[in-house]
Write a protein that binds this ligand. Structure first.
Ligand code: ADP
Length: 489
């Protein structure tokens, strides 16, 4: 029995999950909630020390019970930006989280100066606060003394993978992987190197940056965890793509956690999207790089958290399923959960959420149902763009993430998208994908085909609505979106 430990550092929690590679069984899970810091509207931060110490504590707990762990894979919330002192390891500022919108005006200014096309051609990304580059720029400009220290080579930048690797190896390794690099907006995804032109555009010194490696690589030895090798690193959405075994060109997965992320494998290249999707790296195994189109929505599960913590109309996320089923339909209610702006395909960082279509018969059940159905409408926005861009029709969608335990959500997806929706047995696909990377490098898994044969279906959801019914409901959503965008114009 070969055991692999995945460290899965997500937006809302830090976890360690132990996989038995013989049958993919989960042997142990440790988890800690990650406190969220909201200094202002649209700002989201984490304490980097919480990220590190919670991840370490989870991993240590499992390592104390299992002595024969052969390899570690790391997966992480992407884009989240940390800068620290190379000597002391102390962060110079909190982690600025991917959802944070504080650099919206800076992005707008760069767009007005016509830089977006150049950025998109090189990095595959759009000029949006989502990505690391403008967050790094913000720290350099706004935290006293940081720019000078950066110019002197005293500081290191990393996304959360890099931050964890640095700490696990006690400051010996400063590296990232190609999927995380691809989300910084500083990496040329086609040439596969840091881009001097983009560094100049965002005024960021190259000395801050880590080295970039494939997802399967000997990244270092976790001296903090009894000298286990770290052999896989991969950003969370790409990890889920690997965990879902989407290795074929045209295969698609969609993850429903804090946000919703749809990734389509586009093979050995990705063209510039004409429909506001992102071009990105799906994975790099050895010297072979595979590309993807991605649609990112910033708010999915946050709608459920808000129903619980903001509105207080549910006590637990799991209650939403029965509540949604307690009414026959949405009663005309649409819930657009863009608390931190609209991502793909609208890209409106200043837009905020909306509940539309309320009438005197609207109940809490309608609002809950609308929050769940929103996931299907948001996904349809993305899939329509993806089909236009790729010219590849989508027949099935592989889903995962915390929300797909909810059968109502999966059925709504099948109905509104008019495709089959497949939920795998292991929905922890993010952690699994990181374990797959580490296992490939360790030689436990033979190749991609080996991973394909391990994917197992839990349940298939097929459309129960006619296309006409689906289109009518979706048209209501489009109307609500146009109202929302005009309010926030
Ligand atoms: P992340 O990895 O982004 O932190 P997860 O994949 O763990 O997120 O998913 C957590 C999200 O899923 C939370 O926003 C939570 O509200 C939502 N969620 C969990 N269970 C359910 C459920 N049964 N129905 C609807 N939403 C759920």
């Amino acid at each position: 029995m070969a055991l692999i430990l995945s460290i899965d550092q997500g937006t809302t929690s830090s976890r360690a999950i132990l996989f038995d590679t013989d049958n993919g069984d989960i042997k142990a899970v440790e988890q800690r909630e990650l406190p969220q810091i909201y200094p202002q509207s649209g700002w989201v931060e984490h304490d980097p020390m919480n990220i590190w110490q919670d991840s370490l504590a989870c991993a240590r707990k499992i390592c104390a019970s299992y002595k024969d762990i052969i390899s570690i894979g790391i997966t992480n919330q992407r884009e989240t930006t940390i800068i620290w002192d190379r000597k002391t390891g102390q962060p110079v500022y909190n982690a600025i989280v991917w959802q944070d919108r504080r650099t919206a005006d800076y992005c707008k200014m760069l767009k007005q100066k016509d830089h977006e096309k150049r950025v998109q051609q090189k990095a595959g990304l759009l000029l949006d606060p989502y990505f690391s580059a403008t967050k790094i720029h913000w720290i350099l400009e706004n935290v006293a003394g940081v720019r000078d220290r950066a110019e002197n080579g005293e500081l290191a930048f990393g996304t959360v993978d890099t931050w964890l690797l640095w700490n696990l190896t006690e400051g010996k390794m400063h590296a990232t992987d190609c999927t995380n690099a691809a989300r910084t907006m500083l990496y040329n995804i086609h040439e596969q190197q840091w881009d001097d032109d983009l560094l100049k555009l965002f005024d960021i010194p190259k000395s801050l940056l880590p080295s970039v490696q494939p997802n399967t690589h000997d990244f270092g030895v976790a001296t903090e965890l009894g000298n286990i090798k770290i052999q896989g690193m991969v950003g969370d959405q790409q990890a889920a793509t690997i965990g879902q075994a989407c290795f074929e060109k045209g295969s698609v997965k969609s993850t429903y956690g804090t946000g919703c992320f749809v990734v389509m494998n586009t093979g050995d290249k990705v063209d510039m999207s004409e429909y506001n999707l992102l071009g990105t790296i799906a994975y790099g195994f050895d010297k072979q790089t595979t590309y993807a189109l991605e649609g990112s929505i910033f708010n999915a599960g946050t709608a459920i958290q808000w129903l619980r913590d903001g509105l207080g109309i549910i006590a637990q996320a799991a209650e939403t399923e029965a509540l949604a089923r307690s009414v026959d339909d949405n009663g005309g209610v649409y819930f657009i959960p863009s608390f931190t702006g609209q991502g793909a395909p609208y890209w409106r960082p200043e837009a905020r959420g909306m509940i539309a279509g309320l009438n005197r018969n609207s109940s809490k059940a309608h609002i809950v149902r609308a929050a769940l159905e929103a996931q299907a409408y948001q996904t349809r926005d993305l899939l329509e763009a993806m089909v236009e861009d790729s010219k590849v029709p989508i027949k099935t969608l592989r889903v995962d993430g915390g929300m797909v335990k909810n059968d109502f959500v999966c059925q709504a997806l099948a109905d509104i998208l008019q495709v089959d929706v497949d939920r795998p047995e292991i929905v922890e696909t993010t952690a699994l994908g990181a374990a797959y990377c580490a296992g490939l490098q360790a030689g436990v898994y033979k190749n991609q085909q080996d991973l394909v044969s391990r994917w197992k279906l839990d349940k298939r959801f097929t459309p129960q609505l006619t296309k006409e019914q689906a289109d009518t409901l979706y048209n209501g959503w489009k109307l609500a979106i146009s109202q929302q965008l005009s309010i926030n114009a």
